[in-house]
Ligand binder design. Structure first.
Ligand code: NAD
Length: 499
């Protein structure tokens, strides 16, 4: 009998009533390990109504008291990290060590969000006019939502929920239906940490649940992370329904390799950033751009040599560099891109298709794949592949490499490897990409700075985590007050000005 997961609404596990389910796979073995209910519109509406009720009390707590819940959550999740990491790895397919990193990057945002009392402070001007003081305050929006992807089932829910809750909102989390168990566990841990029941609700589902969120007028803001077509859909629909939206989409992250770079260091960085988590990271490096033929030949030789030693294996077994793809469908999609690359005339230096992991023959494994001489008109250059496929797209000179990253329709992350500070500085200033690494292969900003891509990688004008997260999940109210002791002006019919 397949294990049946639930929703987590009002502080309790709730059995789905829609009669619709999705399979949750164990990608390392290629078997279904559970099924998750897909919420109906009425189930989502009930969760939102519940959240709105719970938010009244939570929003009235002082910020320090709310922050203490986050601090207690941090203790609980730290204690539970080994078991949560295994649960995460078993559904996603990333290695247990990588799953710990997934949790840790989320934890770092909770640590940041625990500073909410400071971050929620308003501004104050005394004596803006005679007897006039002006101050602003940040207030919670009410009920807000997060719709999250499969590839970081701990980190991204925590990026969204942490600041939203600390700011006094109630939160509806609609995680990916492909790996919902860790989000459910996060809901339990927050309750145990003292969050009032109903303030954080995990509603599992697909498009129907998302549409129910988007069309419910009690939901004031939607934070989304996932693929670009869905990001665009959610951004447009949320806006049409009068909601705030920040929607982060797909990526095609380039690494520019200058002729003066240390090529061994570059090869290590590319192997880790290209194949880690089977390439299923929005900040994976998927395009290496060596500058000049000599750099390109030397880099291609090093990468070809190194991919031969990568170990692909079950997520829960130690010693794997990376695990399987998340589903058979994802694997098939990536295989399709590999064939397309061959058909388009790219040079296949390593072919990961047909990779067998002994004893786990049904798992969704793909070996590391490496293409050289990929040109900018090829589909495998233009589209996000989201698998263990690294492509080399050669540039004749620095300006061409810069233009490639700038002209690409995605603008999530980019990095440059060089010893030349001048080139690095020029690149950082001119490239049209949201997050830049200098000799850093995965430039995910730390929790107290903000994370966000440009162009088709991000829609909306505020980033994730850092101070932007508090701006996104609060509304600003500005109060102008006057205590006119003894001032008698009579009625005035002109707009007040400060003079
Ligand atoms: P996805 O777009 O398929 O799903 C994301 C979320 O949207 C899920 O909760 C899913 O249930 C929901 N959804 C799916 N189809 C929908 C539809 N038709 N209508 C409404 N909702 C729908 O993305 P994914 O496959 O889970 O995640 C991988 C993608 O996410 C990649 O493109 C990756 O680059 C991107 N990603 C981006 C960032 C970033 O910060 N830019 C971070 C992580 C992942």
């Amino acid at each position: 009998m397949t294990r049946e997961l639930t929703h987590f609404i009002g502080g309790v596990h709730v059995t789905g009533t829609s009669g619709r389910f999705a399979d949750v796979w164990d990608p390392s073995e290629g078997v279904v390990q559970a099924r998750v209910p897909l919420a109906s519109t009425s189930e989502v509406e009930a969760a939102i109504a519940n959240a709105a009720e719970a938010q009244r009390e939570w929003g009235a707590w002082n910020p320090q008291r709310r922050a203490r819940v986050l601090l207690r959550f941090l203790e609980l999740i730290e204690k539970d990290t080994p078991s949560i990491a295994r649960l995460l790895a078993s559904e996603h397919g990333k290695t247990v060590d990588d799953a710990k990193g997934d949790i840790q990057r989320g934890v770092e945002v909770i640590e940041f969000a625990a500073g909410a009392p400071h971050l929620l402070k308003g501004e104050y001007t005394t004596g803006a006019g005679t007897g006039i003081d002006v101050y602003s305050m940040r207030q919670p929006l009410g009920v807000v939502a997060g719709i999250t992807p499969f590839n970081f089932p701990a980190m991204i829910p925590l990026w969204k929920a942490g600041p939203a809750l600390a700011a006094g909102n109630a939160f509806i989390l609609k995680p990916s239906e492909r790996d919902p168990s860790v989000p459910l566990r996060i809901g339990e841990l927050f309750l145990e940490a003292g969050l009032p029941a109903g303030v954080l609700n995990v509603v599992n589902g697909d498009k129907e649940a998302v549409d129910a969120i988007l069309h419910n007028e009690r939901v004031k803001a939607v934070g989304f992370v996932g693929s670009t077509p869905i990001a665009q859909y959610i951004y447009a629909t949320a806006a049409a329904n009068g909601k705030r939206a920040q929607c982060f989409g797909g990526a095609k992250n380039h690494m520019i390799v200058m002729p003066d770079a240390d090529l061994d260091q570059v090869a290590d960085a590319l192997i880790g950033a290209g194949y880690g988590s089977a390439g299923e990271r929005c900040m994976a490096i998927s395009v290496a751009v060596p500058v000049g033929a000599e750099t390109a030949d030397a880099l291609a030789a090093r990468l070809t040599e190194r991919v031969r030693y990568l170990t692909v294996g079950p997520a829960l077994e130690e010693g794997s560099d990376y695990g399987p793809l998340v589903t058979a469908e994802a694997k098939k999609r990536v295989e399709g891109y590999i064939q397309l690359g061959v058909d388009e005339g790219a040079e296949l230096l390593a072919d990961g298709r047909g990779y067998i992991v002994e004893g786990h023959e049904n798992g969704f494994y793909l070996g590391p794949t490496l293409f050289d001489r990929v040109t900018t008109d090829m589909t495998i250059y233009r589209e996000e592949i989201f698998g263990p496929v690294l492509i080399i797209a050669r540039a004749d000179d620095y300006e061409q490499a810069l233009a490639m990253a700038t002209d690409h329709e995605f603008g999530n992350g980019v990095s440059i490897f060089t010893r030349d500070g001048d080139a690095a500085r020029d690149f950082s200033a001119r490239v049209e990409v949201g997050m830049v690494g200098v000799n850093v292969p995965i430039p995910v900003p730390i929790a107290y700075h903000t994370f966000g891509g440009w162009k088709k990688s991000g829609f909306g004008d505020l980033n994730q985590h850092g101070p932007d997260a508090f701006r996104f999940y609060t509304k600003t109210k500005t109060v102008t007050s006057r205590w006119p002791s003894g001032i008698k002006e009579g009625a005035s019919f002109v707009i007040p000005t400060m003079h």
